[in-house]
Design a protein around this ligand. Sequence first.
Ligand code: HEC
Length: 194
Amino acid sequence: MNNVILKIGLLAGVIFLSACTGGDSSPGYEFMPNMYRSASLETYGENTITGMNALQPVEGTVARGHLSTFNYDETLEGYLSAGENAVNPIKNTPENMADGKALYGMFCEHCHGKTGAGDGTVMHALYSAVPHYNDNKLLRRCNLPMCDLKAGHIFHAITFGLNSMGPHASQINEEERWKITLYIQEELQHYGLE
Ligand code: HEC
């Protein structure tokens, strides 16, 4: 009888200790692996049959946090690439120009001035260097003067800001930002220049 108890005890000990083999990272021996490792496809894993992945947005949709017309990041590379590639999707119509002008009046004029000459009513040392839109000499980050900034540069600056100019993405939506960009390019960039 004692012998049987001893044998059962030893067997239990061996099974118990077998879970400890293989170091810290090993789960030990799996008695029923199918219980842990499902043979079905996981929702966010790779689908080996269709090749699709639930983490990738479906074609034609816009992932959260992305814009449908502008996907450049906050870096200098993003700014330069936006200047080269971004196209203003807003048409140059009297309505869009009027909207752009009104929005510029609400969000930009107090710093950048009515004609874009950097002479807005905000008088603070921090904003003393508001650039003129119609400046054709001082080169900006993209090696172009203010009067030659491309639509993508302007949209990027409104979206992400630059130094003491804060980002405006939370106040002004995508379409409105393009309208402001249109207004600046059409009315202010060469204001008073030959
Ligand atoms: C609080 C004042 C302030 C407001 C409001 C403001 N800006 Fe600016 N903006 C500045 C200053 C200051 C700079 C220069 C930043 C620098 O060069 O460090 C600047 C720079 C710019 C530039 C040049 C960026 C570049 O690529 O060099 C553009 C374009 C611009 N602003 C557009 C706008 C537009 C459009 C609005 C309205 C949606 C706006 N800003 C609102 C202060 C302001």
